[in-house]
Write a protein that binds this ligand. Structure first.
Ligand SMILES: Cc1cc2nc3c(=O)[nH]c(=O)nc-3n(C[C@H](O)[C@H](O)[C@H](O)COP(=O)(O)O)c2cc1C
Length: 265
């Protein structure tokens, strides 16, 4: 099978999923490439891909499932017997049912998953005092992603057509684990330290942040991705609420052992 174009598709508030999608696509040389970023409201394009295109789709794991806002945003893309490479990014705890859920989303949207993977990214709740998978994906992860892309492309090149492909087997359970529902709080803003520079506003995938004298976060729209915390130049935004501080400490203490990427063909 010949591939005429590679698409990098991601929902990636803190950019780790995007980095891995880009690295996988960079392992595929000499083919036209384009990207579709589903992270931000107002920038979402509906698109149907052709059978000659290859789509690399990357999303983060939230509570062992595909991040709910990513599930919603993925509804704008459709395949037409289009081969797809699937990627879930998780913060070195577990990815549980996220990869099987992403496979099912892709199949329902008429993509043909030819390969799938789980990579590790710095956990959204990581901080300098309580690091959780800091700096990942690192050079080892990205090298693995590049060679994964190269291998997938080689295998696709050897196929006569895609009709021989069976449903790609990946780890996970059906029914999927129950989703935990939204987190009913937002990151905390130190209004004295905040200079109202507005840098956090475009980084918010839910469009949850506005400025009206104070910086205001809409709890209904916040998905707790922590992109605003990582962007603020004044460190004025933080995780402060006790249940999340406890979760962060638990992750820091219990998820320190390095996990490696997993690849499925
Ligand atoms: C609300 C929430 C829930 C999360 N749940 C998990 C989880 O179940 N397992 C895990 O290992 N990481 C979990 N993470 C960490 C993210 O999967 C990780 O930080 C990922 O790299 C973020 O992707 P992005 O950089 O593309 O936004 C969670 C993060 C958030 C914000």
């Amino acid at each position: 099978m010949n591939i005429s174009k590679i698409w990098r598709v991601s929902f990636s508030p803190t950019k780790t999923s995007k980095k891995v999608v880009d690295a996988i696509a960079s392992g595929i040389p000499g083919v036209e490439r384009d990207s579709l970023d589903l992270t931000y409201p107002g920038k979402i394009e509906t698109r149907t891909f052709t059978p000659e295109e290859l789509v690399v789709i990357g999303v983060p794991v939230y509570a062992g499932r595909v991040a709910p806002l990513a599930v919603q945003r993925l509804k704008v893309i459709k395949g037409n017997m289009t081969p797809a490479v699937l990627v879930v990014l998780y913060g070195n705890r577990e990815y549980e049912d996220a990869l099987i859920e992403l496979r099912d989303i892709a199949v329902t949207a008429s993509f043909l998953p030819v390969a799938a993977s789980a990579f590790i990214g710095e956990h959204s709740f990581s901080s300098s005092q309580m690091p959780i998978a800091p700096g990942r994906p690192d050079s080892v992860d990205l090298a693995s992603a590049v060679s994964f892309g190269r291998k997938v492309f080689k295998e696709i090149g050897q196929l006569q057509d895609f009709s021989s492909l069976f449903k790609l087997q990946v780890p996970g359970n059906i029914p999927y684990k129950e989703s935990t529902g939204p987190i009913p709080i937002t990151p905390k803003v130190n209004q004295t330290a905040c200079t109202h520079c507005g840098m956090c506003i475009p980084t918010c995938p839910g469009g949850a942040i506005t400025i009206d004298n104070d910086l205001i976060m809409d709890v209904e729209r916040c998905i707790f991705c922590c992109a605003c915390i990582k962007t603020c130049p004044e460190n004025a935004v933080s995780i402060d609420a006790p249940p999340l501080q406890e979760k962060r400490l638990w992750l820091h203490e219990n998820c320190a052992e390095r996990k490696e990427s997993e690849l499925y063909f």
